[in-house]
Design a binder for this molecule. Structure first.
Ligand code: CXF
Ligand code: ZN
Length: 361
């Protein structure tokens, strides 16, 4: 099969011919139809997060089940599915307490480090057991969520990462309340999902923070009530002025320690700051010692604290009811061969989300 391979950080991906294993116990082989191009993939390409190379990136994926291994009962061949990038085991402490996003227990007998992809005799790893920048993904079936008729594969792919990450950060991690005030620092696809989910949750004021004017305009289409450009003055002060002392909920969706600190500073006394962005692995975030006096909450959010098999169907239903705009997130489409161009476009910051159209249904 054809796949895009990262051979070394800071080098272009190569389009190669790989062999992929048959599905083992608990696994499924999925024919990839659509894969989103996410900033997190870029972190591995640029080396701010380590990757075991050679590797196939791609973790925002939808496709059609081609074949299932022994013991798989939740999906069958022909099902249209989202390929989740966490595959919950279903029985560990986290899974048993409605926090499957934090599960780290393998859900199949295959060892985590056992390769499934091969380029001649060289083993190639698959990012998060998905490796979606390829014609097929061999993945533990517990991460698959069925896609209802009427939801397109490009939209379903985005539910696999950016939509669930943004929606979940608002609804599950922060628990944004009706009438509350929100600030969102970010530029990518996740921030628009934070914004539109905050609107859905009933926030009365949603402040988008971005250096690019036209992105502030797009943010307003998704529900932002105010736009703040940090290039034109102190964004923290402006957010505080706009809300009379700070927001109830501040979200960092870039992945920088400086903006994580800004989110903390934008939160009012008793408020909550949530770090959604991938702050580089070795960075430290500094917070004021007086956190106790202001009773602020500073927390991370991974994969929207999502309960995948509950939240993803809910999200797709909200989309079908017109309450979440997911079509408007897809701004560019590329074939797999043009994946390096898709990453250049991501770096240039001109799109909400590019989707690779890899196969047909
Ligand atoms: C990432 C987190 C690290 C692994 C891949 C996915 N989250 C969202 O893009
Ligand atoms: Zn992602």
């Amino acid at each position: 099969m054809k796949a895009a391979v990262l051979n070394e950080a800071r080098t272009p991906l190569s389009i190669d011919d790989l062999r992929i294993d048959e599905p083992g116990t608990g696994e499924a082989l999925v024919r990839v139809v659509a894969a989103g191009v996410c900033h997190s993939d870029l972190h591995f390409i640029e080396g701010t997060y380590p990757a075991r190379v050679p590797t196939v990136l791609g973790h925002e994926v939808a496709g059609v089940v081609e074949q299932v291994g022994a013991g798989v009962t939740n999906v069958q061949a022909g099902d249209r599915v989202i390929v989740g990038f966490v595959q919950p085991c279903g029985i560990c402490e986290y899974c048993s307490s409605a926090r499957p996003n934090l599960c780290q227990t393998p859900s199949t007998p295959r060892r985590r480090d056992q390769p499934t992809l091969w380029r001649d005799e060289t083993a190639v790893t698959a990012m998060t057991n998905v490796g979606g920048f390829a014609e097929y993904s061999l993945t533990p079936a517990s991460g698959l969520v069925k896609v209802p008729d009427g939801v397109g594969m490009d939209v379903a792919a985005l539910v696999g990462c950016s939509v669930t990450t943004g929606y979940g950060a608002v609804v599950n991690t922060a628990k944004v309340t009706p009438g509350s005030t929100v600030a969102v620092i970010g530029t990518g696809g996740v921030r628009l999902n934070i914004i539109q989910s905050a609107r859905l949750a009933g926030a009365r004021q949603i402040i988008a923070v971005d250096l690019v004017e036209h992105k502030l305009a797009v943010a307003k289409q998704f529900g932002a009530t105010d736009g703040v450009n940090p290039g034109e003055g102190d964004a923290v002060k402006t957010a505080k002025d706009l809300t009379g002392g700070g927001v109830d909920f501040a979200f960092e969706a870039i992945g920088l320690k400086q903006t994580a600190r800004q989110a903390y500073d934008m939160a009012r006394r008793g408020g909550t700051a949530v770090v959604v962005g991938m702050v580089p692995a070795m960075d430290q975030i500094e917070l004021p010692g007086m956190i106790w006096l202001d009773e602020k909450t500073f927390k991370g959010s991974f994969y929207g604290s999502a309960r995948f098999h509950v939240d993803m169907p809910h999200i797709m239903a909200l989309y079908q009811q017109g309450k979440l705009d997911l079509d408007g997130l897809v701004t560019k489409r590329f074939p797999l061969d043009q994946i390096n161009e898709a990453f250049d476009t991501l770096k240039s910051g001109e799109v909400a989300r590019s989707v690779l159209e890899i196969g047909s249904e």
